[in-house]
Design a protein around this ligand. Structure first.
Ligand SMILES: [Zn+2]
Ligand SMILES: [Zn+2]
Length: 156
């Protein structure tokens, strides 16, 4: 995703863009809906502060029951671009401080959008907080039906 520097006004700029996850090199199995990105860009002399808030609906596989479920994911990422003659030697996309050079036309923030979304994915993926999961004995999805395993066990 690209911000054209010449299209920015001095001070606050705010707009919304929609992106296809494939354009941002996101995993299409998980990111299978368009991504809405709120941008807040503050341009001052020699500095451009960019805050992005991407929102989308993902499809995940539940860690407990193995069923697919959809969940809204949102993230936020702030990066400051500072005008310098050349980038710092160890500068990388995804750093909090980046360089733009005097003749530069565009800021590429694809990595920031991607990172914001990936950081927004919960570490534990559950279809619902009280997902009962699968019976370890017979494999029945306990959210959908009960199985007889615990009954049989108590009889033994
Ligand atoms: Zn589940
Ligand atoms: Zn069972």
């Amino acid at each position: 995703m690209i911000i054209r520097i010449s299209s920015l006004n001095n001070g606050l700029n705010q707009w919304i863009e929609k992106y296809n996850p494939v354009e941002l090199e996101l995993d299409a199995d998980v990111f299978n809906n368009s991504i809405r990105i709120e941008l807040e860009v503050v341009k001052r002399s020699g500095k451009i502060a960019v805050t992005i808030t991407p929102v989308t609906t993902c499809t995940f596989i539940c860690d407990r029951c193995g069923e697919e479920f959809n969940e809204n994911i949102s993230g936020s990422y702030a990066v400051m671009f500072i005008q310098r003659e050349s980038p710092l030697p160890d500068e990388m996309p995804g750093d909090d401080l980046r360089t733009f050079t005097p003749g530069q036309q565009e800021l590429d923030i694809s990595v920031e959008v991607r990172d914001a979304l990936i950081l927004g994915i919960p570490s534990k993926l559950l279809c619902k907080t009280d997902c009962k999961g699968l019976c370890l004995n017979c494999g029945v999805n306990l959210n959908v039906s009960e199985c007889k395993c615990s009954e049989n066990k108590t009889k033994e």
